[in-house]
Write a protein that binds this ligand. Structure first.
Ligand code: GLU
Length: 486
């Protein structure tokens, strides 16, 4: 059991699940699945002041959407629970007490005002900022005095004053940090909640985490975590810090580059497997040339060794390309199901109610090739689900035609279509093409008027197939209605 891979994804519910969060989740999940390990979900909600309501559910929803199942965590339970840090306070207090007792930590009684003054002074003198360790060397008598006077304190870790702490990172190799540059950071706050640094170390230990995969921004915290582990006599996990995600211009990725919640991509009609493939390529590659990976392929091939060190660029064109690819790959049945799922969640304005699956399945082949995202479907197909086509009467009159000519053309079409027995696309085409010639109008003019009359769209799915799906009765009624309007 000791060699079992146990990894965790540990989101803080302080903001929406963005692309960077989900990339960390995915790499951690892929590593677990590739190694036959355990993937744990842990909610890091110890910063109660930054907690945003409803965000935990969004994280779970995003993981589920992308197909990342967790073996231990909220909802599924496990032997190392609870999996929400605010429910694990006793363990943090116990660790803090042990550190206090061993002299590896100390109570600090400095007020916020004092700390602010200290910082100001350090800035004025251009000194290194950080806690000046005033409470580190108090005598026990002084401590008793302060405690009686203030009644509250924080617990700080007593950093070694010299030496270096070496982090061996599976991606970045050895990185050294000078201890004297790290101040005596807080591990337990006055409200009794731990800081991230203490909570993460205690939980990674108690949950028997073997590897920590997390974003590069956490690398400077890692020496702190290693030192806490050492002070408690614990074996630290192995670390792998994932490269930053950068905007296409290599600046910091922000909202204006589309770095919104991954759930917004779901709403924009992206497919989860396209998103997974896209996220996987942000920092990992198999051979620098293969782009398309199913989730199964990723599980098979993923390894930390193939994660790069340099920043990964977020490229929306790539996501669009992948999404187009995976959309085209769907069978009509799959696309129908995807659309129904999508509309069930986000019913588009144009579509009056969730359509019948069998009917939608007949429509889907007419638009499949044109979809870049699921969102593109509704405007193209909404007319199928409405009683009548919606348009302005003058739209019936095509370029180079007048109302009278249009009326003649549509009456001709009405007559020809009435005579079609098996109302399918081929039979419809076979009567309409010669009709244009008989009437002395261009096919584009005839078809344009018919298209408006039956769909209300200037650009619609292919006309003959559309008429076939609408059926004879509805098609004829639409042409009659158009004639009445002219
Ligand atoms: N709770 C941290 C976050 O939201 C996780 C850091 C870690 O994985 O240690 O990013």
């Amino acid at each position: 059991m000791a060699d079992q891979v146990r990894v965790r994804y540990a989101p803080s519910p302080t903001g929406e699940p963005h692309v960077g969060n989900m990339r960390t989740a995915l790499f951690t999940w892929l590593f677990a699945r590739n190694m036959g390990g355990i993937f744990i979900l842990r909610i890091e909600d110890t910063d109660q002041s930054r907690k945003v309501e409803g965000v935990i559910e969004q994280f779970l929803d995003a993981l589920r959407w992308l197909g990342m199942d967790w073996d231990e965590g909220p909802e599924v339970g496990g032997d190392h629970g609870p999996y929400i840090q605010s429910q694990r306070l006793a363990g943090y207090h116990q660790a803090a007490d042990e550190l206090l007792e061993a002299g590896e930590a100390y109570r600090c009684y400095c007020t916020i005002e004092r700390l602010a003054e200290m910082r100001q002074e350090q800035n004025r003198l251009n000194r290194q900022t950080g806690y000046d360790r005033r409470c580190r060397h108090l005598s026990s008598q002084e401590r008793r005095g302060r405690e009686a006077e203030r009644g509250e304190w924080v617990v700080r870790f007593a950093m070694p004053l010299e030496g270096t702490t070496r982090v061996t990172d599976l991606i970045r190799g050895e990185v050294s940090f000078e201890n004297r540059l790290i101040d005596d950071f807080v591990i337990l706050k006055s409200d009794g909640f731990p800081t991230y640094h203490l909570a993460v170390v205690v939980d990674d230990h108690k949950m028997e985490i073997s590897h920590v995969l997390r974003a590069e921004e956490w690398l400077p915290s890692t020496p702190r975590h290693l030192l806490i582990c050492r002070a408690l006599g614990w074996e630290p996990p192995k670390f792998a810090h994932l490269p930053m995600i950068l905007a296409p211009d290599r600046s910091k990725l922000s909202k204006r580059h589309g770095a919104t919640s991954v759930l917004e991509y779901r709403q924009m009609g992206y497919l989860p497997n396209a998103m997974v493939n896209f996220l996987a390529l942000m920092g990992w590659s198999l051979d620098d040339k293969t782009d398309l990976f199913s989730t199964g392929d990723l599980v098979r091939h993923f390894s930390i060794e193939r994660v790069g060190r340099s920043g990964a660029v977020f490229n929306l064109d790539k996501l669009n390309w992948l999404n187009g690819h995976y959309t085209r790959q769907l069978t009509p049945e799959e696309l129908t199901d995807r659309l129904l799922d999508y509309w069930r969640r986000y019913l588009p304005e144009e579509v009056p109610a969730l359509p019948d699956g069998a009917y939608l399945l007949r429509i889907v082949p007419l638009i499949h090739e044109r979809l870049k995202t699921l969102k593109d479907a509704a405007p193209l197909v909404a007319f199928f689900f409405k009683q009548e086509a919606q348009y302005e009467s003058q739209e019936l009159v095509q370029k180079g035609m007048d109302a009278e000519g249009t009326r003649l053309a549509l009456s001709g079409a009405l007559e020809s279509l009435s005579g079609v027995k098996a109302f399918d696309a081929d039979a419809i085409e076979a009567v309409l093409r010669p009709l244009a010639e008989d009437l002395g109008v261009k096919v584009g003019q005839l078809f344009g008027s018919l298209r408006i009359a039956t769909t209300g769209l200037r650009v619609s799915p292919p006309l003959f197939e559309t008429l076939e799906v609408l059926g004879k009765e509805r098609s004829l009624a639409a042409v009659r209605d158009a004639l009445a309007r002219l």
